[in-house]
Design a protein around this ligand. Structure first.
Ligand SMILES: *Cc1c(COP(=O)(O)O)cnc(C)c1O
Length: 395
């Protein structure tokens, strides 16, 4: 690569897109690509959704930004909306997933200090977890490679294997400083790993017994992607803190940290803040995203289309040596191979398909299409990608 003034933080694929339409993106040469990644679970409504374009354009012409020093009616409306679909009580708005998680971590510590009299509160976190790239969220994440060189990490996290209830019980029996358990209900970066409803209910029960906060990171799996508004709703438990970002405003930066129960009412003026968080433009985009998901039945679509994608790949890859698992929920799908699949990304790009690889499970192909993905998109995806996988594995 020639020298670039853009800092070298991404090993970018050699393509640049000029515009998009629905589930398709177009590059500078006019070639089109089926987008099965949606900007890493961000473009919930696909590209150029007419209602989103209209809402953003209208809002941009009226008011972009004021300040959290004043009331922001659209933010209040979005908070009501999010509380309504989640049953949570309060929302803090920010601009990204890591900021939402940073808020959750601060809340959990504050809860420990103020409500439990714990001087050095610690939070149980999971192996293969990803919560962001700030120092605290990087420390809560499990990717050693991403942490290397940035020590000292932030203390106050205890790590347990994902889906291992016994390990959590062991920590409960020996530690007095734990104030919260934090996890992704469906791990994204860590390999598209799904927890059982039973495990989640077990955590809820333990948190209730111990007075711990249950913190769920729904940054990637939330906002309708798994067939409910939020993935924890499948298990019928409610967290004390939930974080959102990625798909919430379908491409306009936004993050949110929601609280209920023991975690509600903790922060007062001066405890936390954000200059941009919840500005009118981002809130208009999020409100429209939520409206369209509900009105166009996109959660049902996520379940149906997600099922069709998994079934389609299972059929197309049946008997192909090297495919070890096809899993996921709704439109969060992993195809696990017996080897790193990085090379497939470039080959798929050549074939006009946008897919990704789980950053800390590099043998897992990850599909995160927009919630508007259609039956014909499924057909194109499977017919395009399955042969590439078979060919890759036969080498
Ligand atoms: C992407 C992601 C984050 C971080 O979000 P950013 O907006 O990149 O800071 C946090 N948690 C999960 C589960 C994610 O997938």
């Amino acid at each position: 690569m020639p020298f670039s003034h853009v800092m070298n933080t991404y090993a970018r694929l050699p393509v640049a897109f000029t515009h998009g339409q629905g589930t398709w993106l177009f590059d500078e040469a006019g070639k089109r690509y089926l987008d099965a990644l949606a900007g890493i679970a961000v473009s919930t409504l696909g590209h150029n959704h007419p209602r989103l374009v209209e809402a953003i354009s209208w809002q941009a012409g009226r008011l972009l930004h004021t300040s959290n020093l004043y009331r922001i009616p659209l933010q209040e409306e979005l908070a009501v909306r999010l509380a309504g679909i989640s049953g949570m009580d309060e929302v803090f708005f920010c601009n990204s997933g890591l900021e939402a998680n940073e808020t959750a971590i601060k809340l959990a510590r504050y809860y420990g200090h103020k409500k439990k009299g714990v001087e050095l509160p610690s939070i149980i976190v999971m192996e293969h977890a990803f919560h962001g790239r700030s120092l605290a969220t990087l420390s809560a994440s499990a990717n050693r490679k991403a942490q290397a060189g940035f020590e000292p990490l932030v203390p106050g996290f205890v790590r347990v294997p994902y889906r291992d209830m016994e390990a959590v019980h062991q920590i409960a029996s020996r530690s007095r400083d734990v104030v919260a358990v934090m996890l992704e209900v469906l791990q994204g970066e860590g390999g598209v790993n799904v927890v059982s409803d039973e495990y989640l209910r077990g955590l809820r029960t333990l948190c209730d017994e111990r007075g711990w906060l249950l913190v769920v990171d729904e940054v990637q799996c939330g906002t309708g992607r798994t067939g409910n508004w939020f993935a924890w709703q499948n298990a019928g438990v409610k967290p004390d803190i939930m974080t959102l970002a990625k798909g919430l405003a379908s491409g306009v930066p936004i993050g949110a940290c929601l609280t209920s129960g023991l975690a509600a009412g903790l922060f007062q003026p001066g405890n936390h803040g954000s200059t941009f968080g919840g500005n009118p433009l981002a809130c208009a985009a999020a409100l429209t995203t939520l409206d369209v998901i509900a009105e166009e039945g996109l959660m049902d679509n996520a379940v149906r289309i997600g099922g069709a994608i998994r079934a389609g790949f299972k059929k197309a890859l049946e008997g192909v040596a090297g495919v070890t698992d096809i899993r996921g929920r709704g439109l969060m799908i992993g195809i696990e191979l017996d080897r790193p699949c990085g090379e497939l990304l470039a080959r798929s790009l050549d074939a006009g398909l946008l897919i990704s690889q789980c950053p800390s499970a590099i043998n897992v192909i990850r599909l995160l299409p927009a919630l508007i993905f259609s039956d014909s998109d499924v057909k194109a995806l499977i017919e395009g990608l399955a042969p590439l996988i078979s060919e890759f594995l036969s080498q």
